[in-house]
Design a protein around this ligand. Structure first.
Ligand code: PSU
Ligand code: MN
Length: 305
């Protein structure tokens, strides 16, 4: 690993050296997931939630081509304020381009997993992973493939229900990715707590997840693990309400020919309009909650090692 690629905040590198718990956080949710200033507020709330569980947050993004690990509040604000077009949304394919061109870039789940793994960070919290797009079975997010080949535990609230959840589950199964339901039998559908789809295994505690991670490591399996946490009850949307807005938003996106990397950001903004902001309330609540749960998992794992 070429060390000059990275700029790692001292608190993060110290914690990693000492084997203390660290949680990686992605940055596409800041630059392309939520509008300003809610994006910055939520990113800071996520950092605080990780700390509340006794772990160190490490938000990852590229600033002028440098991989910054452990963004300061000022750096979060800088990225959160930049126009979307000025920050490259980086998945696996985009990382070398953004670095080579010295661009500002935000990292998706796939890119954050790659970088976290290079640094020895085992737990990563986000909102929702990418998946298979509805009506576009060949638009498969690189997140799913990355989960098949990079051993990091990703804590999320399922895949956004703007995606085809049954097909997404099929791809995860093919890729060998266990889907653990944190205190739930059902895969959460991001904005709502239920989807009607089963998880691979329900788990009750962070400790149990840490035990499964240790077994996974002992077997030298190279794939990732997915932990799915339902959005907190008080901020959840009813499945039918979320579904109605999703159907409308995805139909409009098709009419307007929106696809590829811009599909997810466009659909998320349209959802906010169609639900009078309720989708954003759910989005913010689940992000902070996932940071808290990820912190607990990282803490349980650090104790066990
Ligand atoms: N879910 C959200 N907001 C987001 C994303 C997902 O609620 O911003 C981002 C994540 O970074 C995820 C990416 O990794 O979208 C998936 O994009 P694509 O489908 O182009 O792979
Ligand atoms: Mn895609």
């Amino acid at each position: 690993m070429s060390p000059d690629l990275f700029r790692i905040q001292p608190e993060v590198s110290k914690a990693l050296r000492a084997g203390r718990p660290v949680v990686a956080l992605e940055s596409t949710v800041i630059t392309h997931g939520l509008p300003y200033p809610q994006n910055v507020e939520t990113a800071l709330a996520m950092k605080a939630a990780v700390r509340s569980s006794g772990a160190i947050p490490a938000t990852i993004a590229l600033i002028q081509g440098e991989i910054c690990v452990g963004l300061s509040d000022d750096q979060v604000d800088y990225l959160g304020k930049r126009p979307r077009a000025a920050v490259r949304k980086c998945s696996r394919r985009d990382l070398p381009i953004a670095i080579g061109l010295k661009q500002d870039g935000s990292t998706t789940v796939a890119a954050t997993m790659i970088l976290a793994h290079m640094l020895g960070i085992k737990v990563f919290a986000t909102g929702g992973i990418g998946g298979v797009h509805r009506g576009h079975p060949f638009d498969v997010s690189a997140d799913l493939i990355e989960l098949g080949r990079t051993p990091v535990t990703v804590v999320c609230s399922g895949a956004k229900s703007i995606l085809d959840l049954p097909l997404t589950c099929e791809v995860l199964e093919t890729q060998g990715v266990p889907v653990l339901g944190y205190q739930t039998d059902e895969l959460p559908a991001f904005f709502s707590r239920t989807s009607g789809l089963s998880v691979t295994q329900r788990v009750e505690s962070a400790q149990t997840i840490a035990n499964i991670m240790q077994a996974h490591q002992a077997l030298s399996l190279v794939n990732g693990l997915l932990v799915t946490v339902p959005v907190p009850e008080s901020s959840a949307m009813a499945q039918e309400v979320a579904e109605a807005a999703i159907l409308q938003a995805t139909a409009e996106a098709d009419e307007q020919g929106i696809h590829g990397a811009s599909a997810t950001p466009w659909l998320l903004s349209r959802m906010v309009e169609l639900t009078d902001g309720r989708s954003m309330v759910a989005n913010r609540a689940l992000l902070a909650n996932n940071g808290r749960v990820a912190g607990e998992i990282a803490a349980a794992l650090a104790q066990a090692n």
